[in-house]
Design a protein around this ligand. Structure first.
Ligand code: SF4
Ligand code: SF4
Length: 372
C-alpha cells in the first residue's frame, strides 16, 4: 500500500491534503556540514540544540493518540537528524509499530564506504523513507559519489531513497550539471527546492519585491506542523519556520501542549488555513480595505511573500483578526471540506455553536491572534 504522506501525492492538492496528516520533527540544529546556503544555519558546534530522550518518551507516550488523530507520516529533519539517535530511533520504532510512515532528511556524510553505510542504516531500520540532500554547496563537504553510494545502499536495503536538490531560482550551469549527474543514478527519484533567503542563504540570494500585481497567487503548500528542537512549533518546514519573532503562524509549544493539540491547532488555525486554501489573495484585500500599504510584501514566490508578511506586525495582526471573524471561518470550514476533505474546522465550529446555544456567548477562537 502507498503510504499516506505528501511524498507520494499525485498532485499539489493531494500533497496539501496529506500535509494535514503529517508531523515534522526538527530534531537538532547540529550538522557535521556547514553549507553556505543552509536555511537553518546548522553547524557542528550546535549539538546542544536537540530533542532528547525525555521528549522521545513523551512523543512515544502520545503515539497512539497521534495515530487515532489520523497522523499517517512522521518525518525527522534538522540539521542532521541522524546525529540524534537517542531521539530518532525510539520514536521511529514507535511510529512504525502503529503503521505510521517514517522519513528522514540526511546529507549522507555517513556513506564514505559501502560497508560503513550498511552498518549505519541498519541502526535506523525503523526509518523507511530517506531524503538525501545535495547541491553545489553540499559538494564542498560530501562528494556526489558518496551521495550515490548512500542511494544505492539504501535501495539495496529495501528503503525508499529520494535525492533532494536545492538550486538557485535562475538555474546556474553548475546546478544544471549536478542535476544531470544526479538523475543519471537516481532517475526520477529526485525532488527540487529553491535556495531561499533564509538562514545563511540570506547572504547568497534575496527575494526582491515584485511589480505591483505580479505577485504569486499560489496557495501555501505546508506539509504539516514542524516541532523544532526547542519545542516551538512552526506552520511548515519552509521559510516561515525560521522566523523567530512573535507572529500569528506559530502553532504553539510542543513541550507544554500535547502533540494532538498541536496538530488540532494547525488543522483549525483560521489564518494558516486561509492561505492553504486561497493563498494571500483575501489578506491583500483585507489590507487594502483597511488602507494599509501592502505592495512592499509582494514577491514572486508565496513563501517569500509569507515571510515579508510575517515581518510586518501591523499586517500580521490585522490578518489574524480578520481570519478569525466568524463569517470568514464558516466559509473557510466549507472550503476545507470541499477542497481537501478536512472536517476539523467544521467540527470545531459545530462545538462552538453548541456552546453558544448553551451559554448565549460565542467562545473565543482557541488562542489570541498573535502569539510567540
Ligand atoms: S547538510 Fe543541510 S542541515 Fe547540514 S549545513 Fe548543509 S544544508 Fe544545513
Ligand atoms: S506560505 Fe508560509 S506557512 Fe505556508 S509553507 Fe510557505 S512559509 Fe510556510
Amino acid at each position: 500500500m502507498v503510504p499516506r504522506s505528501p511524498r507520494f501525492a499525485k498532485n499539489a492538492v493531494e500533497a496539501q491534503a496529506l500535509g494535514s496528516r503529517r508531523l515534522g520533527l526538527s530534531v537538532t540544529q547540529a550538522c557535521p556540514l556547514r553549507c553556505r546556503h543552509c536555511s537553518v544555519s546548522a553547524a557542528p558546534e550546535l549539538g546542544q540544540n536537540r530533542l532528547g530522550k525525555n521528549f522521545a518518551l513523551a512523543v512515544i507516550a502520545q503515539m497512539d493518540d497521534l495515530a487515532a488523530a489520523d497522523i499517517t507520516a512522521i518525518d525527522f529533519t534538522g540539521g542532521e537528524p541522524t546525529l540524534a539517535p537517542a531521539f530518532v530511533l525510539p520514536v521511529a520504532e514507535a511510529a512504525r509499530a502503529r503503521g505510521i510512515a517514517t522519513g528522514i532528511v540526511t546529507a549522507a556524510h555517513w556513506a564514505a564506504d559501502a560497508r560503513l553505510a550498511e552498518r549505519f542504516i541498519s541502526r535506523f531500520d525503523a526509518v523507511d523513507h530517506w531524503d538525501i540532500s545535495t547541491d553545489i554547496y553540499h559538494l564542498d563537504f560530501v562528494r556526489l559519489e558518496t551521495v550515490e553510494r548512500a542511494f544505492r545502499v539504501l535501495s539495496a536495503a529495501g528503503k525508499h531513497p529520494l535525492i533532494r536538490v536545492a538550486h538557485h531560482d535562475d538555474l546556474t550551469r553548475e546546478d544544471a550539471e549536478l542535476i544531470q549527474r544526479v538523475m543519471a543514478f537516481a532517475d526520477r527519484n529526485v525532488a527540487f527546492q529553491s535556495i531561499g533567503p533564509v538562514g545563511r542563504g540570506a547572504e547568497l540570494v534575496s527575494a526582491e519585491v515584485t511589480a505591483d500585481e505580479s505577485w504569486d497567487r499560489g496557495p501555501c503548500l505546508s506539509t504539516g506542523p514542524l516541532v523544532r528542537w526547542d519545542g516551538r512549533t512552526a506552520p511548515c518546514c519552509a521559510p516561515a519556520s525560521h522566523e523567530e519573532q512573535a507572529h500569528p503562524l506559530w502553532i504553539g509549544d510542543a513541550f507544554s501542549l500535547s502533540l494532538v493539540e498541536i496538530v488540532h491547532r494547525w488543522r483549525t488555525d483560521a489564518l494558516l488555513q486561509t492561505i492553504r486554501v486561497w493563498g494571500f489573495g483575501p489578506l491583500v484585500e483585507w489590507f487594502r480595505d483597511a488602507g494599509l500599504p501592502v505592495t512592499h510584501i509582494f514577491r514572486s514566490r508565496t513563501c517569500d511573500l509569507c515571510v515579508a508578511f510575517l515581518r510586518d506586525p501591523a499586517l500580521a495582526a490585522l490578518a489574524a483578526i480578520r481570519a478569525n471573524e466568524l463569517e470568514h471561518r464558516i466559509r473557510l470550514a466549507y472550503a476545507l471540506l470541499k477542497t481537501f476533505g478536512e472536517p476539523w474546522l467544521d467540527q470545531l465550529l459545530q462545538r462552538e455553536a453548541q456552546l453558544y446555544l448553551r451559554d448565549g456567548v460565542w467562545p473565543n477562537p482557541h488562542r489570541p491572534p498573535l502569539c510567540a
